[in-house]
Design a protein around this ligand. Structure first.
Ligand code: FE2
Length: 295
């Protein structure tokens, strides 16, 4: 078996929904992304980091998550493809993606119809000057899954991602030094749990809370600091119905990282993060985490 991957990067999440134009406007102001152009009924949005886009929204009758996309150099993408082949998992090849940056690659389907796209990006786009009120990139996506163990086996075995931690709620996996690019949350549905947008620092997260509050969107969980990943967070429910997060300071880990178990990640009574200052909207968040299904 080939060595596990180190340098794939989570690039984007592709969403579909009614009123995609209104969603794209919200994602620019107040959320902080920038337009990266459009193709037919799909609008692309970017952050200040080195990706041509980090989110796309397409017009559709119902909310859906169409793909989670990873980019890497040709050799890394070829290595993942070889791994899927060795695992007997079929892929759909494409020679040129109709999206900003183009590129060849393949799409592979996970055990619960999750679509993962891997795309060749030998020359990352130039980053824009960092701005404290704009996300750099997406740093993780969390997916609800009915069978988390099966998803874990798939991303590890067929895609080469490594498990960083397992808690009672979810399994965190990585494809480079960042603690997690994906996590799978135990659920009774397969859906997009949330997307995390990385800010330059915790100041950016706190300023984001204020900017969103000014626009009429109060934080639904946060500010706080997570256990696994050690990142600062603030969660919101977007007007298009999904859960979005501002985050910063996610930990980078080394090869000797010991994979944590649920026993390692128990909170004291009354705590759901390291700081213990926030409350969580336990009614609206779970509803929103179920809204975007795979399709
Ligand atoms: Fe998160």
């Amino acid at each position: 078996m080939q060595p596990l991957l180190r340098i794939m990067r989570l690039r984007s999440v592709e969403l579909a929904m009614p009123q995609a134009q209104a969603a794209a406007e919200f994602l620019q102001t107040p959320w902080g992304l920038m337009s990266a152009g459009s193709r037919k009924d799909t609008l692309f949005l970017r952050g200040t980091g080195t990706h041509p886009y980090i989110l796309s929204v397409s017009e559709a009758a119902a909310p859906a998550v169409r793909a989670i996309e990873f980019s890497g150099a040709s050799a890394e993408v070829a290595a993942v493809q070889a791994r899927t082949h060795a695992a007997g998992v079929p892929v759909q090849l494409f020679s040129e993606l109709d999206a900003p940056g183009g590129g060849a690659g393949f799409v592979v389907e996970g055990p619960e119809k999750q679509k993962y796209r891997f795309i060749t990006e030998d020359a990352p786009v130039a980053e824009l000057p960092p701005e404290r009120d704009r996300p750099l990139q997406i740093t993780h996506a969390v997916l609800n899954a009915v069978d988390v163990a099966a998803c874990e086996r798939f991303v590890n075995g067929a895609l080469g991602f490594e498990v960083s931690d397992r808690t009672k709620m979810m399994t965190f996996v990585r494809c480079n030094r960042k603690h997690h690019a994906l996590a799978y949350a135990h659920s009774d549905v397969s859906s997009l749990n949330h997307i995390a947008f990385e800010m330059n620092d915790s100041e950016g997260v706190m300023r984001g809370i204020g900017r969103m509050r000014d626009a009429g969107y109060d934080v639904v969980w946060g500010p706080g600091r997570h256990g696994p990943g050690n990142n600062v967070f603030a969660y919101f429910i977007a007007p298009f119905g999904g859960v979005i997060e501002y985050t910063a300071e996610v930990s980078e880990i080394t090869d000797d990282y010991r994979v944590g178990s649920p026993e390692d990640w128990k909170w004291p009574p009354g705590r759901i993060d390291q700081w213990g200052i926030s409350t969580k909207d336990t009614k609206r968040i779970p509803e929103a985490e179920r809204r975007f299904r795979f399709g």
